[in-house]
Ligand binder design. Sequence first.
Ligand code: GYE
Length: 384
Amino acid sequence: MKKFVALLLALMMVLAMGACSSSGTTTEDTAANDTATTDDAATTDDAATTDDAATTDDAATEDTGDTGAADGELIKVGFAQVGHESDWRTASTKSAQDVFTAENGYELSFVDCDNDSAVQLDAVRNFIQQGMDYIIIDPIVATGWDTVLTECEDEGIPVIVIDRTVDDSDKYASWVGSNFKTEGLACGEWLKAYAAAQGITEINALVIEGSTGASATIGRTEGFKEIADREGWTILDSQNGDFTEAGGQEVMESYCQSYKGQFNVVICQNDNEAYGAMTAMDQAGVTYGVGGDVILVSFDANKAALELVKEGKLNADFECNPMAAPDVDAVIKQLEAGETPEKEIYMNETWFVAEDVAGATITVDGAEQDLVVVTQEVLDARPY
Ligand code: GYE
């Protein structure tokens, strides 16, 4: 493959020189452009990349002295991923690994930070030292970022934040992710409609939160609490289940003991926690889902969890879309072209339910949004 690329490179150089001598203008640009398109030629990529290559040498890569794609090399991307705590995370990692391939013109350095913020800061600093062209961060926690993002900026390395937000710095080119507060609000609005339709007048909820300090946890907690406060519901407890199955099970086991017979709603902030909570409730003899004693709700909407929605074991699942990498690819292409990407890019998400009980839509923050009953067709169409 390398030989093939080298050959192509040589060929393109010769063609570029020909082009220069015939046109007699923009010699440098033409040479750079043609060299840069070598990557694209090897990628079978579409016409869009040709434009990108055309301005490759003018922006992002200049400061590092490493001209990345302009050299006909792959674009070096470092990705400091949160860890491997959940199925959602696995899908997020796969999305990046599928997009940032040599075929697509990238060289990906991937670091699994195992939910350790210190490891994540080190990973970013190592990426700076290694002269990455771009750094992608999925921030484990929302704060503590300004210093290291300033270091990236000083080195001229654009940072793209994905999924969780950075809340104490704006020194990044773009963020691609979900509105977690909207997810929490949607959960609350659906529960209100569902309870009303079922004649349930009192809500006593237990929340199993995601990991502490993560913007996903903060947003989902705030959104649901806003509706609970508005409706006068009781949140009996809200504890950290670390976004893991083991964490969800552990928290639910203790809830089953402490709040025996007192709760009728369990909100798990991701699917894996919901799996753990189911195990704990099974062991405690608590029934849940359609026709059960407890309304069980989750976030993420991985395919395996949607199977459980279809079976009626989960009453509702609020999607968080992990497929950010194609959008990040588009952002990088814009930056390569010297354009300014959108500062915030939101993923599309769907609210999934087990029964057609709460109506076809809910109104979330003034916007009418669909409720999708999970059928086999819905499952078959799911990408993750
Ligand atoms: O919900 C959970 C994962 O940050 C949105 O992290 C993400 C969350 C997701 O571990 O499953």
